[in-house]
Design a protein around this ligand. Sequence first.
Ligand code: ZN
Length: 339
Amino acid sequence: MTLSPAFLDELRARTQLSTLIARSLKLQRAGREFKACCPFHNEKTPTFYVNDEKGFYHCFGCQAHGDAIRWLTDAKGLAFMDAVKELADAAGMEVPAPDPRAQAKAERAAGLYEVMEAAARWFSEQLEGIEGAAARDYLDGRGISEATRRRFGFGFAPDARGRLKTALKSFGNEKLVEAGLLIAPDEDKEPYDRFRGRLTFPIRDARGRCIAFSARILGPGEPKYLNSPDTPLFDKGRTLFNLDLAAPASRAAQRVIVVEGQMDVIALDQAGLGEAVAPLGTALTEAQLGLLWRLSPSPLLCFDGDAAGQKAAIRAALGALPHVGPGPSLSFVTLPPGK
Ligand code: ZN
């Protein structure tokens, strides 16, 4: 965000967390802490603790964890800046004026959401058209239902270098390049469409906004899947495919499943397992593990039943090892060879 860490530290130091939380939750004293029945999950015995010294709350049941700001955003549904303003008012502090450069960056990113939304719409229209026949055949072949197509926003990128560029020209090439939709080879060469002759589907952020695309080739060729490059909206190491839909589903199912491929996630969703996510073509990162542990204390990793899948599972286990303990852990499903 645009606020300095020093300001946020001062804000936390001046806020007594137990007083803030006690406004909406009945707290019982427990030694140097307070405890209560967790507001983030259903329980009869309190496992939700508030620690004023450390300035955070923690639930041993569902791993909900955060500081005063997080309490206001997650429990009260406030936007980050509104939470900061409310706490600053109570603490008698002035929120500093935002840094203009950070502001400009945030505004640029905001404009890119519109670009991505327009691209998603355009790809979907192409899937319905004459050129989309091969892509529709592919979806039929994989048994992807009409409802799933709509739910995941499938589309088609025609096999041409300038179709999307022309269709979205009102945004200007610079924005389309910044959004990762066009490739700009050189300053003096014309930019061209990144996704060509591919089935497309949006990669969404935790709030359900389209931030990137994944695109599968329909004939022979490499790579099989092509994702958007990292952009001001998209950081692949900090994104999990389908997190926005899987988060509520995982609360109901009390588990979250991690699979290797985005099409695996979509197939599982269609089969009634909505609580599945996938990394985006890389090994699980620490940031992604953090996201998973917010959903479940022990995410279930279910990688392909082949040597590569086994290797990926072992790599994830090794990566998680420094962070596992009595709370966070990982579980593994081993599939038979070839599955
Ligand atoms: Zn909880």
